[in-house]
Design a protein around this ligand. Sequence first.
Ligand code: SDX
Length: 433
Amino acid sequence: MTNQGAQSGGMARLQLPNKEVELPIVIGTEDEHAIDVTKLRGESGYITLDEGYRNTGSVESKISFIDGEKGILRYRGIPIEQLAEHSTFIETALLLIYGDLPTADHLAQFRDMLIEHENIHEGMRHCFQGFPPTGHPMAILSSMINTLSCYNTDVLRMEEEGTFENAAARLISKIRTVAAAAYRTSSGMPLMYPDPKLAYCKNFLHMMFSLPNRAYEPDPDIVRALSLFLILHADHEQNCSAATVRMVGSSGANLFASCAAGVCALWGPLHGGANVAVIEQLQRIHASGTSIKELIERVKRKEERLFGFGHGVYKNYDPRAHILRDHAPKVLAKLGRQDPLLDIARELEEICLSDDYFISRNLYPNVDFYSGMLLRAMGIPVNMYTVMFAIGRMPGWIAQWKEVHDNQSRIYRPRQVYTGPPLRDYVPVEQRA
Ligand code: SDX
C-alpha cells in the first residue's frame, strides 16, 4: 500500500426490503474497513443515520492515525512517542502540514517566516483594549484569530504559489502573540512585543511573563515541557474541532476564519475545555476535602463526569496521557516543586483503573487528565489551558484545512432524518389557542 488512498475491498451487499444494493468496501492503510455509501441514496433512496458521526468516516485522510483499542497515535505514520522524544513543535507542524519531516533548509526557511510574522498589526493591539479583564481568553482568541483575516488580506485567497505557506506561518506564529495578549489583558499587564531573537516556545513564554523592565528567563526544562505539550496536542484525526475546521473550510472560507471556528469548537468542556475542568475537579478535592471516594460515587450516580477520563475513540489509555503522566513529575522535580493535585490525580487514576464501573466502560485517562499538571508547573494560569491546547492544535487544523483545499472537496452537507410535524397550514394569530 502506498500513501495514495484506500484500497478496494470488494463489494458489500445491502439487502433492503425492496431491493439489494451493492456498495464498495474500502480499506485504509492500517486495515480499517469502510463501506462507501456515496451511491446509496441515488440507488435506493435510503440515507445512513449515525448520531454524532461516531461510526461514520467523513473523509479519507493521510494526516494522523489513531488505534483506539491499542492506544496508538501516529502523525503521518510516525509514532507520537518518537516525536515526543526527538522532535520540536515546528518540525512536527511541518510534518503534519506537508506529510514528511522537513529538510533542514525548509525548517530554517519556515522559522524565518515565523520570525517575520510574529507581530500583529498595531490596529489589532488596540482591539485588546476593548476586551474586559474578565473576558475569557478563548473568546478573545477565537475573535482575534478571525480578525487576522482583516489584517492579512494578501493571503486570504490561495491562488498564488506560496500563499498557503505564508498564511500557515502567520497563523502558527501570531497565535502565540494573540494568546499572550489575551492573558496580559485578563491580568491587567501591558502587552509584550515578540522578541525575534527567541525560538518559538521561549518567545511565547517571554510574551506571557516578561515585564517591560524585566525579561522572563524560563528554565530550559519549562521550554522543553512546552514544546512537548504542543507536540502532543498537534493533531488527532477528525476530532470535534478538526471536523469543524474542515466543515467551515469546505465552504471556501479562508484559513483564518476556519481556524477561528476550530477555536470555538475546542472551548467546550467535553473537548479541549476538559483540561480546565480536570484541574477544577482536582482542586475541589484538594481544597474542600471532598474525598476521591465521594467523587467516584457522584460519577457513578451520574451527578458529574470524571473530566480527563474517557474518549470517543480511545478505549484504552491515551498514549499522550502516558507521556504527560511520566513527564510532569520530572519537570516538577527539576524545578524543586511539589503539586498536591498530581498526587490526587495519580490516586484517582489508580482507583478508577481497578473499578469495574470505569473498566467496563473503557474509561481511561485522556490527554487532558495530566496536561494541566504540566501547565501548572510552567506557571500557566488555568483560564489559559484551553488556549494552550489551541496553540498546539493549530498545525493540525491547518493540515486538515489544506487537505480539504487540495482535494477540492465538495461542501460538507450532512443529511438528516426529519421527525418534525407533517404538512400543515399557517394559522392567523387570532385563531390560535
Ligand atoms: C479531547 O476526539 C478527540 O480526539 C478529542 C481529543 C483531541 O485530541 O482532539 O482527544 C481531545 O477532547 C479529549 C476528551 C476530553 N473530554 C473529557 O475529558 C470530558 C470527559 N469525557 C467524557 O465526557 C467522554 O468520555 C467523552 C465526551 C470524551 C467521550 O464520550 P463518549 O465516547 O460519547 O462516551 P459516552 O458518552 O458514549 O459514554 C459511554 C458511557 C456512558 O455511561 P453509560 O450510559 O454507558 O452508563 O461512559 C460514561 C457515560 O456516562 N462516561 C463517563 C465519562 N465518559 C463517558 N462517565 C464518567 N466520566 C466520564 N468522563
